[in-house]
Design a protein around this ligand. Structure first.
Ligand SMILES: [Ca+2]
Ligand SMILES: [Ca+2]
Length: 582
């Protein structure tokens, strides 16, 4: 450890002891770069911008976990509860946790005492597709920054909760919203946009984290111009994304979707920001012959220039709403930096993080109907043409041929982030086994209206479990172990140096398994469904675990037969904190 870093850590410890009276230590780029290793804080969504969700802490392990006990719980309050998908941040003994309806709380991480709350004033007519959720904040300097359901970015003073700056991302009335946790890369706050079901144009934006002023913007639909911004905020052309007219017919690229709604990851070694992109709009694929770049892809953007360095498309010409937004988690493999992604389309991909070259691809769910596999030479899927929903202009009564497809559009995996352990070299993937009836209908674009051109019903595949937490070897493609769960899994995963994997269930449990065997060694009932990722940190010599609880998200809203099956689950809104009982 260098001198400067150890000074910073000593400074952080002193500030933590006196957190009631002194200002928080300003968060620096160096602290964020070191986040995955520093155990006294959680500064990024993903426990480090790589998104591995691995903590080296091992005080809590298979031998001690029997003594893991709740320390405090905090209610988000209010009459409105709904889905709680937030990952808490921890800094200087404080927890920053967002909640449904664009709320954020600062709490004493040891006691749960409320320090401040910010409740964003939401206008009538916001259009979040999949519940009024938020996935968490970013922290930089003395600012806590989060996105709101009316598509704004708000930076609050970490000590007081006062608004330091506020920037509009776009018009909520046109279908834009913001639900992902921003990430920090070299002093920039990086965000995407939600709204792929309304024909928005996906993009990634970088702002100066201290001021909120735009630095660059990169569209994720081929044909749109990217920009950088001078100090007066004037836009300067920075090259068109892709090649105009190449992968889209006619004017459809103008409302092409590819929303970047799950946020991104960043690897300081490659200097690249990785964003997954959503479905091309509309869902009816017969209207837009071609690959429809850069939809359903992983896009790697140079943090410095705002230019696309590489892309890899998981589902060319998507016809099933297989948003490719899933997080690209980088890891080291014998000196080479690779990235893993468990796609909604049911395949797990391993790409070279520098070049995008496809290294491996294999299914991580049992039933995949739309492709027989991924050709490792060409990188393209081997499509099953008869599993593509039919052209509505060819069908009777204006409706295209309906097909039964798996996974369902809710995905082999959806928004719930996976974890990677450098100890076991396994990914821990919250996956679901389900299918859908899906068909196409005629559609024309209307600003601010749903732009699907499809109908659907989510279906169960059998009477058994839907959710499976799977330990996956990215090299062999083998599922090393799996833990089934009746309801679909919708919360993220945490893995630790204590050889443990933590994850939540819609049935309300936070649970832990042996990372090597999958044997469940601990569980606790939180009182509502867990659809959020847990975190862990150490404070005053003790290891803590925290998770938000509150059932909701896309499943109860869009889940068809599965929503009926789990309609007994109750909503909630709280955060729980655990440590070992002495
Ligand atoms: Ca840390
Ligand atoms: Ca979508």
């Amino acid at each position: 450890m260098n001198v400067r870093l150890s000074c910073l850590l000593v400074g952080a410890a002193l500030a933590a002891m006196a957190s009631q009276v002194t200002a928080s230590t300003p968060v620096t780029d160096q602290m964020i770069e070191n986040d995955a290793k520093s155990t006294n804080d959680v500064l990024s969504w993903g426990l480090g911008t790589q998104g591995q969700r691995y903590s080296p802490l091992k005080q809590i392990n298979a031998q001690t976990i029997g003594k893991l006990t709740p320390v405090w719980s905090f209610s988000f309050g209010g009459e409105k509860q709904r889905g709680q998908q937030s990952q808490p941040l921890i800094h200087d003994g404080k927890m920053f946790v967002t909640a449904s309806y664009s709320r954020i709380y600062a709490l004493d991480a040891k006691t749960g005492k409320k320090l401040w709350k910010y409740e964003h004033r939401l206008p009538e007519g916001i259009m979040p597709c999949c519940d009024v959720i938020n996935r968490g904040a970013a922290i930089y300097d003395n600012l806590v920054i989060f996105g709101t359901l009316d598509a704004q970015l708000v930076a609050l003073n970490a000590d007081t909760g006062e608004v330091e700056w506020k920037e509009k991302i776009d018009n909520y009335a046109d279908g834009y919203s913001s639900t992902a946790a921003p990430i920090i890369a070299n002093g920039l706050v990086i965000t995407g946009v939600s709204g792929g079901e309304f024909g928005v144009v996906g993009r990634v934006e970088a702002r100066d984290a201290k001021t909120g002023k735009m630095v660059w913007m990169r569209p994720t639909v081929e044909g749109h111009m990217g920009y950088t911004y001078d100090k007066d905020g004037k836009a300067i052309e920075n090259g068109i994304s892709g090649t105009p007219g190449k992968s889209w017919p006619g004017d459809l690229w103008k409302t092409g979707g590819a929303a970047t709604w799950l946020g991104g990851t960043y690897n300081a070694k490659t200097g690249l920001i990785y964003f997954g992109t959503g479905n091309p709009a509309p869902w009816n694929s017969h209207l837009r012959k071609g690959d429809n770049l850069f939809s359903c892809s992983t896009v790697a953007i140079d943090a410095k220039t705002g230019k696309i360095v590489w892309h890899y498309q998981n589902t060319p010409n998507d016809g099933w709403d297989f948003d490719g937004v899933n997080e690209f988690v980088t890891f080291d493999d014998a000196g080479r930096t690779l990235g893993g992604k468990a796609d909604r389309n049911g395949f797990f991909y391993v790409n070279d993080a520098k070049t995008g070259e496809l290294v491996n691809a294999f299914p991580f769910v049992k039933k995949v109907t739309w492709a027989t596999g991924i050709d490792l030479k060409t990188g393209r899927p081997n499509f099953v043409p008869e599993n593509r929903p039919g052209d509505p202009t060819a069908g009777a009564e204006g409706k295209g041929k309906s097909v039964f497809a798996a996974p369902s559009f809710l995905g082999g995996k959806n928004q719930m982030p996976m974890a990677y352990s450098p100890d076991t070299k396994l990914f821990y993937v919250p996956s679901n086994e389900w299918g859908m009836e899906i068909w196409n209908e005629p559609i024309t674009y209307k600003k601010g209206a749903a732009y699907l051109g499809a109908g659907f019903t989510i279906k169960t595949l059998n009477d058994g479990a839907i959710g499976y937490l799977r330990a996956i070897d990215p090299k062999s493609g083998k599922i090393v172990w799996e833990a089934p769960n009746n309801a679909p899994l919708w919360g993220g995963v945490l893995t630790t140096g204590g050889n443990l994997v933590f994850w939540g269930t819609p049935e309300g449990y936070l649970q832990a398994a042996d990372a090597k065997t999958g044997k469940i060694v601990w569980k606790f009932q939180t009182g509502s469904g867990v659809v959020a990722p847990p975190v862990t940190w150490q404070q005053d010599g003790e290891q803590y675990v925290a998770v938000a609880s509150g059932w909701g998200g896309a499943v109860p809203l869009w889940g068809g037969d599965v929503a009926k099956k789990v309609s007994y689950l109750e909503q909630g809104g709280s955060v729980w904190v655990f440590k070992l009982m002495k």
